[in-house]
Design a protein around this ligand. Structure first.
Ligand code: NDP
Ligand code: 2IT
Length: 444
């Protein structure tokens, strides 16, 4: 059995009931075969892949908090510190009832390669809890965040591990967590990113993932002789990543005709009204039915369905495994030219393969959504030098980073004879830097 197959089999055996983690490992290791086969003996001797798929540290803890009725609730908190070869652990905190160890491990594993691709000195980690912020009062959210941070604060720090937002964790949650960290540690430091602008946050961090996605897509389209103006774009999600992806696509002259949330989706042939979407989702924290009620051109549908709308470009920006094989077939049949992931692992393995073999340009999230964490790293830099850069300065650095990522993954794919296969390109480019740092640091 090849070394890659051996390690995939071990991961499945040693991590039962973690299908998302298996999926993420398979995607990466399968596409690294070209590199690993060339170095199989040395890598096997050093157990390089075993070290890569086993997190450096995994924390699981109890999070008790009191709800508005005086009832004690208990959630489970997680932080997986996956790999610190190239910098302090860095990655978001997901608050969603579906969170479990396997989901946090898949996200942490992806984050290692993504953070490497940014070119910035950040290792990979991820955390979160099965707490559901939906329908909770601000006081309940604060009580949860303070309890969560009371335990997490023992393991993180500006030079150790720097969490940030992800699904369900936005500016409100980061604020409560930062306040509790400072109170417990008596240190004012950049221990979290995605902070508010009045206490050390970076301009453009809120917009960064969505904007970065579009900067990369624009560069890729340009290199294929296409421009964004006049393109029809289909987006899923209606959260942080989706909102700013829609805004930037529209600024580039494209028309975005869909968005979705966890209960339904909107088709708006006139183009999504971003200000209205922000009001519904960022301010009122309401359902998309409120968007449809306020806009005549919009039609609301229950369930899922955005991938059935004809488009030139599809941007999945909600969650994992939301673009399935039948969706991929529909996109191809409708003439879709490009799919770029705003979310982490939104496309299943068979759907990815179908898109690639049918000539659709496909960019994996670890490259196309890296703008968020890259800008988090810029926030860390600003915190260290105790300065704040202008929006334009951060945004222009973000553009350069995304353009560089595109060319790096494109070149890596070409170097290994897989031109246009950005999955192979992203995994190889991300892997090479991490491995070089791991090798230099000995067996740790
Ligand atoms: P948000 O919580 O802001 O938004 C998530 C959106 O997706 C919401 O509209 C939500 O619906 C919808 N959604 C969430 N879970 C599900 C589900 N199980 N089924 C259907 N819809 C769902 O999160 P973000 O926008 O921050 O994150 C979106 C994706 O992007 C995630 O995969 C995340 O890991 C990834 N990502 C985020 C980055 C960031 O900087 N925030 C950076 C890189 C990647 P509803 O409105 O009903 O809750
Ligand atoms: O998946 C991701 O890259 C994020 N949720 C952002 C992580 C970060 O540290 O900004």
């Amino acid at each position: 059995m090849s070394y890659v197959d051996e390690v995939i089999a071990q991961v499945i055996e040693k991590n039962p009931s973690q299908p998302e983690f298996h999926q993420a490992v398979k995607e990466v290791l399968d596409s690294l075969r070209l590199v690993i086969d060339q170095n199989e003996d040395a890598y096997r001797k050093d157990a390089l892949l075993e070290r890569l798929v086993n997190p450096e540290r995994q924390l699981i803890f109890r999070v008790p908090w009191v709800d508005d009725k005086g009832q004690v609730q208990v959630n489970t908190g997680y932080r997986v510190q996956f790999n610190s070869a190239i910098g302090p652990y860095k990655g978001g905190l997901r608050l969603h009832p579906s969170v479990n160890l396997g989901i946090i491990k898949f996200l942490g594993f992806e984050q290692v390669f993504k953070n490497s691709l940014t070119g910035l000195p950040i290792g990979g980690g991820k955390g979160g809890s099965d707490f559901d912020p939906k329908g909770k009062s601000d006081r309940e959210v604060m009580a949860f965040c303070q309890s969560f941070m009371t335990e997490l604060s023992k393991y993180i720090g500006a030079d150790t591990d720097v969490p940030a937002g992800d699904i369900g964790t936005g500016a409100r949650e980061i604020g409560y967590m930062f306040g509790q960290y400072k109170r417990l540690q008596n240190r004012y430091e950049g221990v979290l990113t995605g902070k508010g602008l009045s206490y050390g946050g970076s301009l453009a961090r809120t917009e960064a993932t969505g904007y970065g996605l579009l900067y990369l897509v624009q560069e890729m389209m340009k290199c294929h002789g296409e421009e964004m103006t006049g393109k029809t774009v289909v987006v899923s999600g209606a959260g942080n990543v989706a909102i700013y992806a829609i805004q930037k696509a529209q600024q580039m002259g494209a028309k975005v005709v869909t968005c979705s949330d966890s209960t339904g989706w909107i088709y708006d042939p006139e183009g999504i009204d971003v200000e209205l979407l922000q009001e519904v989702k960022e301010v009122k924290r309401a359902r998309l039915t409120e968007y449809a009620a306020a806009r005549e051109s919009a039609v609301y549908h229950e369930g899922r369905g955005v991938w059935a709308i004809p488009c030139d470009i599809a941007l999945p920006c909600a969650t994992q495994n939301e673009l399935l094989i039948d969706d991929a077939k529909q996109l191809v049949a409708n003439g879709c030219k490009a799919v770029a992931e705003g979310a982490n692992m939104p496309t299943t393995l068979d759907a990815t393969e179908y898109l690639q073999t049918n000539g659709v340009l496909f960019v994996p999230g670890k490259a196309s959504n890296a703008g968020g964490v890259a800008t988090s790293a810029l926030e860390m830099t600003q915190n260290s030098e105790r300065l704040s850069w202008s929006f334009e300065e951060v945004d222009s650095k973000l553009q350069n980073i995304m353009i560089n990522i595109y060319h790096n993954i494109d070149n890596a794919a070409k170097k290994y004879g897989k031109e246009g296969n950005y999955v192979v390109g992203a995994n190889i480019a991300g892997f090479e830097k991490v491995v070089s740092a791991m090798n230099a640091q000995g067996i740790v």
